[in-house]
Design a binder for this molecule. Structure first.
Ligand code: GDP
Length: 436
């Protein structure tokens, strides 16, 4: 059966001649014969089929019919590939484990430039031995190459799942692009020990005087989540009820507030640790900082009551240096001196929160990452390839020749280089090393 339902997402199979595109096409549509009824009078060089899988429906196309073409097969295949890439919603790029060459690099460039979602498959992975060259395919610069065997059916289900997942998230994106009342919402937790000015900061940011602040700890009245808009992003300050002091359970206040703090951090994307500039960073602050770090959240430090520190002529740079010196653990987080009382640096703080939010979701391209690795290593080839395994939080995976002698310091070096090169301030980065 072939379909003309062009409203469906189109998955195209591309690749140079002889990599096994039609075998793969047949596998995916679960048919042994790639024979498509020719419509009279219509010359067809592309096979189309409709696939249902895991609740999603899509059209799939390949250039199978073309292999019978006469003339310059490579050129004709390339032209057809380019045409298919233009039509595609999602691209499956097929390569051959035994034959990685210039034509692949040439075509992968077209795929990459299209900016469309794509899946790299390495076909003809029929036995273990052949897989030794698997890592060479990272050089193509596409994420997570999937070894398959179209003939033996290896990993075909996994590929079907990946396609379904891709089609699904394409659908989600379409929905997300439609104008909607649901704007982007960033969950922010304002945390810190008692009396550093969390409630005052919240009031300053939301510019309302909802929560009453008095010099006496224990007297801020109830409030719910507060929201504000800044540069098109809705910031939701979570668990602002946690900012009130619990008179009834005063005896247990520290334990109670730490539990609340932890919960607020867990619910946040970005956590702001409020510290008191007149005290520097204290043991209690460090405890909370460690939770933010452990939970791998976006991290900003707001050094409040700067108006008081200023009275004592503390130079801002020295103050920030001292905090980092006292607690190098937070070196990756920006410290903004603020005054919830005077409003000093309010906008700067908001801008940094948004920057951390963007950093949290920043995607680093595989080829970009690999040029960084290349430049870090000079001539050495200790690290073969790497890719970004996830965002929010960031995880990078590197394939190294040898993991021996590559301990925490080596990882830290990689993390710092990545942070600097891609300006990933304020977000946690995890690095995994795998021996290849
Ligand atoms: P919370 O317990 O962290 O919510 O702290 P509060 O917001 O209740 O503030 C505790 C005290 O510090 C109150 O007396 C505030 O007026 C005062 N305070 C808060 N922020 C500032 C600031 O930037 N400068 C000065 N001088 N006092 C502040």
């Amino acid at each position: 059966m072939h379909t003309n339902d062009s409203s469906l997402p189109l998955v195209v199979i591309v690749g140079k001649p002889n990599v096994g595109k039609s075998a793969l096409f047949n596998r995916i549509i679960r048919s042994r014969k790639a024979i498509v009824a020719e419509e009279p009078g219509v010359t067809r060089d592309v096979n189309y089929e409709t696939v249902f899988h895991e609740g999603v429906k899509y059209r799939i196309a390949d250039s199978a019919g073309f292999t019978k073409a006469r003339g310059n097969l490579t050129r004709l295949t390339r032209e057809l590939n380019v045409k298919l890439i233009k039509e595609a919603t999602i691209i499956i790029f097929v390569s051959d484990i035994g034959d990685l060459g210039e034509e692949d690099f040439d075509l992968v460039e077209v795929v990459r430039k299209s900016g469309k979602p794509r899946i790299l498959v390495i076909n003809k992975c029929d036995n273990e031995k052949i897989q030794e060259s698997y890592y060479d395919f990272f050089r193509l610069g596409l994420e997570d190459p999937l070894p398959i065997s179209a003939i033996h059916g290896r990993n075909i289900n996994l590929l079907r799942e990946r396609i379904a997942e891709s089609v699904r998230s394409f659908g989600d994106k379409e929905i997300a692009q439609k104008p909607s009342v649901n704007q982007k919402v960033l969950n922010v937790a304002i945390v810190g020990k008692p009396n550093v000015g969390k409630s005052s900061l919240l009031n300053l940011l939301v510019q309302k005087n909802r929560a009453l602040v008095t010099p006496e700890p224990g007297t801020t009245r109830d409030s719910v989540d507060e929201i504000m808009n800044f540069k098109g992003v809705t910031l939701r300050f979570i668990d602002t009820a946690g900012l009130r002091k619990k008179r009834k359970i005063r005896e247990n206040v520290e334990f109670y507030s730490l539990v609340r703090t932890e919960r607020a951090i867990k619910q946040s994307t970005v956590s702001i640790l409020v510290i008191d500039s007149t005290q520097g960073i204290t043991t209690q602050d460090k405890k909370i900082a460690s939770i933010i770090d452990r939970e791998k959240k976006g991290f900003v430090i707001a050094a409040n009551k700067w108006d008081l520190a200023e009275l004592e002529n503390v130079p801002e740079n020295d103050f920030i240096k001292d905090v980092y010196y006292d607690f190098p653990h937070v070196l990756y987080a920006d410290i903004v001196t603020i005054s919830a009382l005077t409003g000093y640096n309010k906008t700067k703080l908001l801008k940094i929160i948004l920057k951390v939010y963007n950093n949290y979701y920043k995607k680093i391209g595989t080829s970009n990452l690999n040029s960084l690795i290349h430049s870090l290593q000079g001539g050495a080839k200790d690290i073969k390839y790497g890719f970004q395994k996830s965002v929010a939080p960031h995880r990078f995976e590197f394939f190294v020749r040898n993991t021996e002698g590559k301990g925490e310091n080596f990882k830290k070096y990689l993390i710092n280089s990545i942070r600097e090169s891609y300006d990933l301030r304020g977000v946690p980065i995890e690095v995994l090393l795998r021996k290849r």
